[in-house]
Design a protein around this ligand. Structure first.
Ligand code: CTP
Length: 404
């Protein structure tokens, strides 16, 4: 696996030399890119000697127009040749530039040309880290699906104590290497994910829906795509951009979702039903807007098609993962759902009784498996939870095949 190690201009830049070595010890080929500020803290020669490769330092290499042009094109080639981009230390300034999409040096330009996983290890003074501007940039970068290795607490170069110290190089390298092992473990699979709520119309202007944000489903689609799967994302209406490189099928109602899922069932090997499908709908939606009267009114609702139950019947040897949102008896409820809908795994999510938590970027779940196990996953960003779900799903499939 080939990695680009981008080094920002901070005191912790010296630790990047250790990181380059730690990455190489784990079997990665490392191409180092220094920002102009990084060069003030550490020389390209150090990295060239460690990696045995030319270090890239400048977007507009001084020299002829021809040299400048070839340097400008080089960032695209570098981006295409590599499997992961690691930026350590990611300084406050780099975080801001990456978050906003600036392209004013080789590293930020390469970042924009990159489609593969990005790992950022920030390091800076505690106050800079805690500043709302940095925290906002962090939220943007996290939302983009990048792996963020948060700085550790400790005594900083400036004498302050608090969060800001670059994570240990060995820890960063372990995380990058584990990503690398997984990069292609879904290759050859077609993963179907449903996400978001459904909207069931009451009349031409009103509908029944729920609070689902779609974030968990989109994180799953993104994780599957990054691990090499072909991904089909069937999504109800949400405020999220479709992840890069997936077949995106937008739907509104449970019936539309059911049809889209069944149409693609034949192609899929793993199905994750993260969508919060409305359980009821109005069968005959009036053509005109319902008028207000002084009278009490009641709605007559019919059940929507239970997509998960139908998939349970038709799944064959596909891996079927259902989701359960419960306000009590989490594991028992999930196990019951697993049995009744013939799932292989149910991702059980404890929702607050006031209904909050759906919009969160984080999640805490229990994976209830067909083998009888219940695996709690500690609170973590949804993108990380998505990876743990795929880790367990692949293990589970091996276990189920072995048991046959
Ligand atoms: N689901 C579905 N089709 C429906 C309703 C739900 O496919 N019409 C799927 C969801 O995508 C999810 C799972 O069923 O994977 C669990 O849904 P949940 O909200 O827990 O509700 P119900 O299945 O309706 O169960 P209950 O109301 O008994 O909790």
């Amino acid at each position: 696996m080939n990695a680009i190690l981008g080094v920002g201009g901070g005191i912790a830049a010296y630790k990047s030399a250790e990181l380059a070595r730690a990455l190489m010890e784990r079997g990665l080929r490392v191409q180092v890119v220094l920002t102009p500020a990084a060069e003030r803290f550490i020389t390209p020669l150090t990295f060239a000697a460690l990696t045995g490769r030319k270090v890239i330092t400048d977007l507009f290499a001084s020299g002829s127009a021809e040299e400048t042009l070839s340097s400008a094109i080089e960032h695209i080639a570098v981006a295409q040749d590599n499997d992961v981009l690691v930026v350590a230390p990611t300084t406050a300034d780099l975080m801001a530039r990456l978050a906003r999409g600036h392209a004013n040096d080789f590293l930020s330009t390469t970042y924009l040309a990159f489609t593969v996983p990005v790992v950022l290890a920030p390091a800076m003074n505690t106050n800079m880290w805690m500043h709302p501007a940095t925290q906002e940039n962090l939220a943007i970068l996290r939302k983009r699906g990048h792996v963020i290795i948060e700085p550790e607490e400790g005594i900083l170069a400036c004498g302050m104590t608090g969060p800001g110290r670059l994570a240990e190089p060995d820890r960063i390298a372990d995380i990058v290497a584990s990503l690398g092992l997984k990069l292609h473990d879904l290759e050859g699979e077609t993963v179907l994910v449903t996400a978001g709520p459904t909207q069931e119309p009451l009349d031409p202007v009103r509908y029944i829906s729920n609070r689902s944000s779609g974030k968990m489903g989109y994180a799953l689609a993104q994780a599957a795509a990054q691990r090499g799967a072909r991904v089909i994302l069937v999504s109800g209406p949400v405020q999220l951009p479709a992840p890069h490189g997936v077949l995106f099928i937008p739907v509104h109602t449970a019936a539309e979702m059911r049809n889209a899922v069944m149409e693609h069932l034949g192609e899929t090997s793993i199905i994750l039903k993260a969508a919060a499908v409305a359980d009821y709908h109005v069968s005959r939606v009036p053509q005109h807007k319902i008028k207000k009267t002084a009278m009490r009114m009641s709605l007559e609702l019919d059940p929507t098609p239970d997509i998960l139950a139908e998939l349970g019947q038709k799944k064959g040897d596909r891996l079927l993962v259902g989701f359960a949102a419960e306000t009590e008896n989490l594991v028992a409820g999930a196990r019951q759902k697993l049995e009744s809908k013939n799932c292989d795994m149910v991702v059980a999510n404890l929702v607050n009784q006031d209904g909050t938590g759906f919009e969160s970027d984080q999640n805490e779940v229990v994976l209830v498996l067909r083998t009888g196990e219940a695996i709690p996953l500690a609170r973590a960003p949804k993108r990380e939870i998505a990876d743990r779900i795929f880790d367990q799903a692949l293990k589970l499939r091996l276990a189920l095949h072995a048991a046959q």
